[in-house]
Design a protein around this ligand. Sequence first.
Ligand code: NAD
Ligand code: TYD
Length: 339
Amino acid sequence: MNIIVTGGAGFIGSNFVFHMLKAHPDYRIICLDKLTYAGNLSTLEPVMDNPNFRFVKADICDKEAVDKLFAEEKPDIVVNFAAESHVDRSIENPQIFLETNIIGTSVLMDASRKYGVKRYHQVSTDEVYGDLPLDRPDLFFTEQTPIHTSSPYSSSKAGADLLVLAYYRTYGLPVTISRCSNNYGPYHFPEKLIPLMIIRALHDESLPVYGDGLNVRDWLYVEDHCKAIDLIIHNGKVGEVYNVGGHNEMANIDIVKLILKELGKSEDLITYVTDRAGHDRRYAIDPTKIHNDLGWLPETKFADGIVKTIRWYLDNEAWWQPIISGEYQNYYEKMYGDK
Ligand code: NAD
Ligand code: TYD
């Protein structure tokens, strides 16, 4: 089995590459990644010499490069993780989100049609459903929840989802979509809440909490997400959407306090800053469908996963230290300087 994994040098994609090479030692995994600011080749170093692994630097919007790779590898399955993924950046500059997340998806699906790919899997997000109110803990996102996006990021992901379903209906491309909640774990880029807070707390720097800090996310340990995608590409039904996540809801402020407690740091580091524009209040997934149809359930509880994650960042400074120097400093100053 030949599988092209796009965005495999990023957070979830790299964890998926590791998972697949371990779970299916007879598969060939080809990673296609542009290596944007979020892609890191050093993450993939442990598998670079694996004869079942190949890395190709290319842009998913580049038709020629994508076509060439598909012609060479004749993939059975394509799993598309490649995306611009940070909501705050999408508020600053929406256009690149439309290019990579929508146009890139269409380029990959055109190649998938041309080369007779048996499954095109789109990695999407629960953010396409918009948000839920804090005072209705009984409400959850199901696959029937209407698309109702808030940010340029979530709108670009929703646009891609609609295009994927259109390729299924119009051309019969065998597609599946997974809509996952917030992931956390190793190799998470330190612009996102959990790694940002861990690394800043380690340096005794202020921790910028948006708004009142009460926004809720449904956190999923990244390995659980990888296992869900593995199940969907093998056993999922073509044309279907699967929600992935469930029942690990946490308010941002509670996560920040938990990180401080684990690291033995003072809550005085917490700084409430101007809220994110259009900030979604609560995400919460109902995982009934993927549980009933494919037998998947998240295995890692947040209380355990967060401790493992903090430990990983303590043990892997060599991974994140080069990232937070240079360009990242300018990013932090630009995004948080006048908040
Ligand atoms: P990430 O930002 O860590 O990684 C994205 C990867 O895609 C990087 O390696 C980057 O170099 C690559 N990339 C970006 N533009 C590209 C292009 N034009 N061509 C080729 N490669 C390109 O993202 P992530 O957090 O690992 O998210 C992966 C996927 O999962 C995304 O599609 C995202 O929307 C989705 N998702 C993420 C989360 C989350 O909590 N992180 C939750 C639900 C869904
Ligand atoms: P983030 O990790 O950016 O993921 P998403 O916006 O896709 O859910 O943010 C998670 C939550 O943390 C979100 O409610 C915004 C909040 N947040 C902060 O309070 N401070 C920060 O510096 C960041 C990056 C996020």
